[in-house]
Structure formats: structure tokens, C-alpha cells
Design a protein around this ligand. Structure first.
Ligand SMILES: Nc1nc2c(ncn2[C@@H]2O[C@H](COP(=O)(O)OP(=O)(O)O)[C@@H](O)[C@H]2O)c(=O)[nH]1
Ligand SMILES: [Mg+2]
Length: 253
């Protein structure tokens, strides 16, 4: 029973990916359960089986504690941990191959709050993995891509879970842009070389940073993902199957 957490910066496409992955699983006849951990979500592109908004929403927290949206988001992220046992019980009553878990819009609410560690541990970290979505527009520039790479390394380092890196919304990138980003992620040294071509980057970046990321294991091939065209969805599934060997394998067609 794989627990797949979608993480990434705000607007990177986490919720849409959960919806697209679920729709694909539905087509395949796989059993899944969707969990929404974002109390601030408005319209979600899926129907959550377990939804934190059943217990509280962002506007309710704002009202009850007299907080603005930013303060309420932080409180909300921590309050999720209080409901985790109820969610776990509910999850255990369903029979599923995959739990698809959507995290709050802002990355730091999940990545940098202590509550998220508790959530992952109590839902079960032995079969949990992270899907990290790279924002496509930021990824077009070498410095933006390098920043996201470091951010993904930070998230990886923080949770110590199997990790898949996805180049989100790949459908909005041109073939040239996509090829360039893919090259940065696969050809050792190419990102560093591009960065060094920029005059203002010289002296700011050390090759050692890239070596360290390589050692951390995050400097890995990105998978282009489009929740619109479905590109990359089966790759995510295959990688998860490769790691956990759960459920059924895809047929070779
Ligand atoms: N073209 C395109 N748009 C996408 C894709 N995934 C998400 N979006 C759009 O990007 C915006 C943010 O997506 P959302 O899933 O809410 O991001 P989240 O904040 O990470 O959950 C929405 O307007 C989505 O329709 C994609 O694969 N392709
Ligand atoms: Mg979302």
C-alpha cells in the first residue's frame, strides 16, 4: 500500500497531479484513496476520500483564532497532525493499493513544519514516497532550475524517503526548453557549465555544491510530467512499483 505524497512550491501542480494520477488509476482498475491535507484548498480537481476540510478550513481557523491567512496556514498545517489518527483509521477501513496525498499549497507548510514528520510516520513511512514537482517556468532558467534542485535536495534530506522528481506542466514548455532542462538533470556538469556562462554567476557557485547534490542522490533524471496530456503518469507508477513492488504491474502494451 503505497503512500504517494505530492510536494512542490505553490502552484507547481500538486493537486492537479493527484487528480490526474487518480483518474489514470481509475482507468487501470487500481484501487486508491485520495487524502487532502490542505485546509486552504478551494476547488480541488478530484474528490477526496479523506479531506482535512471536513474537520477545519482556513477561513474557520482565521475566524476562530483571529488570524490572517498566513498565520492561519501555519496553525492549520500543525492542526493536521491532531487529526491524523482519525484519518489513519479511516484509511485502514478502505482497501487500496495507493494512498494519494495532496499537501498544502505552500511547500514550507509541509516541508518545514514538524507536524509533517508526524503525519508521514503515523500514516506509515515504510511504504511512503515523495513526488516533488519542479515548477516549469522557474526551471527554464539555469539559476531557477539550480534553486529548485537545491530545494528538492533539502526536502529529500529532510524526510529520507524514496523520491521522484517531476518536471511539472511539461506541456507548456517548448521542445527546446524541455530538452535543455532534461540535459541539465541528466548530463553531469551541464548545469554548472550553463551557470558559468552567465557572467554574474561566476564566483558565486561552487562545483562542490553540485557534487554534494549528486552524492545526496537528488541529482537524478527528471521525469517530464503533464497532468493535461498524461505524460509521465505511468513512469511515476512504474517507479513506485519498482520501489515497493505493490499492487499489479502494468502490462507491456
Ligand atoms: N498546462 C498545465 N497546467 C497545469 C498542469 N498541472 C496543473 N496545472 C495548472 O496550474 C495551476 C496550479 O495547479 P495546482 O494543481 O492547483 O497547484 P498546487 O498549488 O501545487 O496544488 C492550475 O491552474 C492548474 O490547472 C499541467 O500539467 N499542465
Ligand atoms: Mg494544491
Amino acid at each position: 500500500m503505497v503512500k504517494l505524497y505530492a510536494v512542490g512550491t505553490a502552484g507547481s501542480g500538486k493537486s492537479t497531479f493527484i487528480g490526474a494520477f487518480a483518474a489514470w488509476m481509475e482507468e487501470q482498475g487500481f484501487r486508491y484513496s485520495i487524502i487532502n491535507l490542505d485546509p486552504g484548498a478551494d476547488d480541488l480537481p478530484y474528490e477526496a476520500d479523506i479531506d482535512i476540510r471536513r474537520w477545519f478550513t482556513l477561513p474557520e481557523i482565521m475566524k476562530e483564532y483571529g488570524l490572517g491567512p498566513n498565520g492561519a496556514q501555519v496553525v492549520g498545517a500543525d492542526m493536521v497532525a491532531l487529526k491524523i489518527d482519525e484519518m489513519k483509521e479511516e484509511l485502514e477501513r478502505t482497501s487500496y493499493d495507493y494512498a494519494l496525498i495532496d499537501t498544502p499549497g505552500q511547500l514550507e507548510l509541509f516541508a518545514f513544519r514538524e507536524s509533517s514528520e508526524q503525519i508521514i510516520r503515523r500514516l506509515g513511512n515504510e511504504d511512503a514516497m515523495l513526488a516533488f514537482l519542479f515548477d516549469p517556468l522557474l526551471s527554464r532558467e539555469a539559476s531557477g532550475f539550480a534553486s529548485l534542485l537545491m530545494l528538492s535536495a533539502t526536502v529529500h534530506f529532510r524526510f529520507h524517503l524514496p523520491f521522484v522528481s517531476l518536471l511539472g506542466k511539461s506541456d507548456i514548455l517548448s521542445t527546446e526548453e524541455k530538452d535543455r532542462i532534461m540535459k541539465w538533470s541528466t548530463v553531469e556538469g551541464s548545469l554548472y557549465d550553463t551557470l558559468m556562462e552567465q557572467e554574474d554567476m561566476k564566483g558565486h557557485f561552487s562545483f562542490e555544491i553540485f557534487k554534494a547534490m549528486e552524492n545526496l542522490g537528488t541529482y537524478k533524471k527528471l521525469i517530464p510530467l503533464s497532468s493535461m496530456t498524461g505524460e509521465g503518469i505511468t513512469d511515476v507508477y512504474s517507479i513506485a512499483q519498482g520501489i515497493f513492488g505493490a499492487g499489479e504491474d502494468l502490462s507491456a502494451d
